[in-house]
Design a protein around this ligand. Structure first.
Ligand SMILES: C[S@@+](CC[C@H](N)C(=O)[O-])C[C@H]1O[C@@H](n2cnc3c(N)ncnc32)[C@H](O)[C@@H]1O
Length: 274
């Protein structure tokens, strides 16, 4: 593609995205609203997740545990763990040699997660704790892996959530963030936008009816959340090093990985770059 055609295609895409962002009503990400919304869809959450992603979400979590593997005997923390899918994926990857702590501030999601932990015979190895990712109820410098899947986007103060993940990771520990992203490319970008804006909210509302319009909220949060290089820049500005990103399934989701520097290395918590 010539430079001019490439420019015009990316400017068309940018305009489409800008339009979506402008159209979006102010997203209410207050803790209370987010907690209530997940409580109201909790019972259907897993079903919808696997249905809407055609089960691909499972492979994204497996990929995460392979790229950012647990170390024997070094605990893993999964924030915004919800119904514990990533926590359980880490338990499987660790072959029972590592304790996995999952935290979430929505009790209804955690109760379902606890049922799954029992069903998988992981009681005692996977422990779920009620807690806000902006104030994680766990000590600093402890975990070899601190992960989050499809949760950070929902945290009211993203930077605070990232800072907490970094605080709780041990020096040289990994922070792994699996999140939806916007596929690059003109054709796929358009299909994705159409699906996300028109089909997904209707399907979601039909299968898991809820007052908070959770499946209208999903595309709005994804489209207004930093992805790709913007996310890498944000993570770097908070002090993570050795940053990598892995776009998955044509960029519908991306795994971002960073390392917490050793003590005395780079400092954490600078202002994010804009
Ligand atoms: C989309 S679900 C993801 C659940 C799970 N990680 C997965 O991969 O399926 C988002 C979860 O983030 C939780 N959450 C959102 N904001 C939170 C916060 N500030 N502190 C703790 N949990 C939060 C919600 O309660 C919900 O369970």
């Amino acid at each position: 593609m010539s430079q001019t055609a490439a420019d015009s295609s990316s400017s068309t895409r940018d305009k489409a995205l800008t339009k979506v962002c402008e159209e979006r009503v102010e997203i209410d990400k207050s803790d209370q609203r987010v907690r209530r919304m997940f409580a109201s869809i909790a019972r259907r959450y897993d079903l919808l997740n696997h249905l809407l992603s055609l089960n691909i979400d499972r492979s994204w979590r497996r990929f995460t545990t392979r790229k950012v593997p647990p170390q024997p005997g070094v605990p893993v923390l999964d924030c915004c763990t919800g119904t514990a899918d990533l926590a359980l994926a880490y338990d499987r990857a660790a072959k029972g040699l590592t304790r996995v702590i999952g935290t979430d501030f929505c009790r209804e999601m955690l109760l379902l997660g606890e049922g799954k932990v029992r069903k998988h015979g992981a009681t005692g190895r996977v422990v779920l704790i009620e807690g806000d990712t902006q104030r994680l109820p766990v000590p600093s410098d402890t975990f070899g892996v601190v992960s989050v899947a499809f949760g950070l986007r929902n945290v009211r103060d993203t930077v605070r959530g990232i800072d907490e993940m970094i605080r709780t990771a041990r020096p040289q520990g990994k922070v792994a963030i699996l999140e939806f992203s916007r596929p690059r490319g003109r054709f796929l970008g358009r299909i994705y936008l159409a699906f996300f804006r028109h089909i997904l909210p209707r399907l979601g509302q039909a299968i898991a009816p809820n007052q908070d319009q959770a499946y209208h909220y999903l595309p709005r949060t994804v489209l207004s959340f930093p992805d790709g290089q913007d996310m890498i820049n944000l993570l770097g500005s908070r002090g993570l090093i050795e940053l990598r990103m892995y776009p998955l399934t044509l960029g519908i989701a991306t795994l971002y990985v960073g390392t917490k520097p050793s003590k005395g290395g780079a400092s954490y918590g600078q202002e994010p770059t804009r």
